[in-house]
Design a protein around this ligand. Structure first.
Ligand code: HEM
Length: 408
């Protein structure tokens, strides 16, 4: 352990750090940019340049099977499939093929086509919020159901009774299993929900084989790469992976967008006056509000040294994207929320070959959510901090609700 680490006396578990990790991240970036988090047994990277480089570094991999503490999930489970066939696990050639098959729907042009569907979903969830009073959990009523409904629209999968609420619940339970450091109970519920979800996907696949429609499953059913056709199993798992990657992240994004704007009323008023500023404001929200201490993981596939620290094969390296976004060498005065900033080269959606497939879609959803929120949030609306409920997910706490007082 270096002298630098010994001088840094803190715990990620302390209430102050959980409440606001940024002062600690600032210190780590300056004093110990490759920091070993003893409590959780991984390396934490905090500098923008290091994190960006790690996204394309051949000495690390996103494939969890390289982790020294890896436990193989049970045969037939979603997590086993993701670990063995997901985008991080497959060969480069296979990865390129899967991205090509899935990718067409997610280009800016593809997303523009979805724009009407996204607007319709957002407006439908925003409508009941107009004119309401009292404390409203906008996470439950607005930001969580929207990405689920959008994924349902885009893929063409829904619950058998068409209930959006049921689809959303089963989808959410499935993806909770993807968070790191979760209990066995959550994992079991995730697997049960995945089985239910996959039966819906499977039904949709067989219906679309009979008569294709304008949705992603129809595209996947017809997709051919040479002579190879995607199997039903592949499609089920791919769609579940999209659901997992695209719902919780975007729901959290919507919540962060609304709370960040409520904390910065002058920015909110400017956006009300000029909606054309929203896309740029969303970029600044993606920089300022996303990630905190946590991020995305890589696993060392060989021993190597970084800034004088010896990283061993099999160790986990957490890339703190939230810290990269607050690196003053890239974003001057990073703790200031400034909708005129238009930050470039964000790492919020990753970088390199695994760059987020849904980045354009997520941005579009966030733009629509902010636009709608500007209409339903009355002047004086504010977050009721004392009613916010937190849940610990490894290195950081995430809120499980977003109570906003629609005081009038
Ligand atoms: C604000 C919302 C979102 C954020 C912050 C986000 C962030 C990310 C990040 C950081 C990665 C790279 C992970 C890594 O390299 O370790 C990623 C990958 C991915 N994302 Fe997103 N994402 C969001 C929304 C979405 C949506 C809406 C979809 C699709 C509907 C999606 C689909 C994917 C997929 C499929 C990958 C894996 C790509 C690959 O491995 O080639 N994401 N996302």
């Amino acid at each position: 352990m270096s002298a630098a680490t010994e001088e840094l006396d803190f715990s990620f578990d302390s209430p102050e750090v959980r409440e606001n990790p940024y002062p600690l991240l600032d210190r780590l970036r300056k004093e110990d940019p490759v920091h070993f988090v003893t409590e959780l047994d991984f390396w934490l990277l905090t500098r923008y340049e290091d994190i960006r480089a790690m996204f394309t570094d051949p000495r690390v991999s996103g494939d969890r099977r390289n982790w020294q503490h890896y436990v193989r999930p049970p045969e037939g489970s979603l997590f086993r499939w993701v670990d063995e066939h997901g985008t991080m696990a497959v060969t480069r050639k296979e990865h390129t093929r899967v991205r090509r098959l899935l990718g067409s729907g997610f280009t800016p042009r593809g997303v523009a086509r979805m724009n009407r569907q996204i607007r319709e979903v957002v407006d439908r969830h925003a409508k009941p919020l107009h004119g309401r009073t009292g404390v409203i959990d906008i996470m439950a009523e607005f930001t969580t159901p929207i990405p689920m409904a959008v994924v349902s629209r885009i893929t063409g999968v829904s619950a058998p009774d068409g209930s959006e609420e049921r689809f959303s619940r089963v989808g959410q339970e499935t993806i909770r299993g993807f968070f790191g450091f979760v209990s066995d109970e959550i994992m079991e519920r995730a697997e049960t929900s995945y089985r239910e979800l996959s039966s819906w996907v499977r039904n949709t696949v067989s219906m679309r084989r009979e008569s294709p429609r304008e949705d992603l499953i129809s595209d996947l059913v017809q997709a051919r790469d040479g002579v190879e056709i995607l199997s039903d199993d592949d499609i089920v798992a791919l769609v579940s992976a999209i659901l997992a990657a695209g719902s919780e992240t975007t729901a959290l994004g919507g919540t962060i967008a609304v709370t960040t704007l409520l904390e910065h009323p002058e920015a909110l008023e400017r956006l009300r006056a000029d909606r054309s500023l929203i896309p740029q404001a969303v970029s600044e929200i993606l920089r300022y509000g996303f990630g905190g201490a946590s991020g995305t993981a890589r696993y060392a596939t060989e021993d190597f040294e970084l800034h004088g620290r010896q990283i061993r094969k099999g160790q986990m390296i957490m890339l703190s994207v939230g810290s990269a976004s607050r690196d003053p060498s890239v974003y001057p005065d990073p703790g200031r929320f400034d909708i005129d900033r238009d930050p470039k080269d964000l790492l919020t959606f990753g970088f390199g070959p695994h760059y987020c497939l849904g980045a354009n879609l997520a941005r579009e959803e966030l733009v629509c959510m902010v636009d709608a929120a500007l209409d339903f949030l009355p002047p004086g609306a504010h977050l009721v901090t004392e009613q916010v409920e937190m849940q610990s997910v490894g290195l950081f706490d995430r809120s499980t609700n977003c109570p906003i007082d629609f005081a009038r």
